[in-house]
Design a protein. Structure first.
Length: 98
């Protein structure tokens, strides 16, 4: 039996209900394998996903849909010391991270 995560698409509905990603620069903290990233990245102008787990980031890069290759970037970084200048992002997203 395969595990289905969110077969009703609830996560995507809630994300888009509370955030307008269209044309925005988005920082996703704790992006992991990109499972949530793919649910909001299409309308965004650009997405940077950070995580401390290099293996998860490798999976995200491999699983990244081809139409999102140019607008998504993944980096191994700590959210306490972000390697970005201030006011780089319009939206910061933190979901399911410890």
């Amino acid at each position: 039996m395969t595990v289905q995560r969110d077969p009703e698409g609830t996560e995507a509905k809630v994300l888009h209900q509370f955030g307008d990603f269209a044309g925005k620069h988005v920082l996703e903290i704790g992006c992991g394998e990109g499972r949530l990233t793919w649910k909001y990245a299409k309308p965004a102008r650009g997405v940077v996903g950070i995580d401390l787990e290099a293996q998860d980031l490798r999976v995200a890069q491999i699983d990244r849909p081809s139409d999102l290759q140019r607008k998504t970037l993944f980096a191994c970084a700590d959210s306490i010391h972000l390697p970005f200048s201030k006011e780089t992002f319009d939206i910061a997203l933190l979901a399911w991270s410890l």
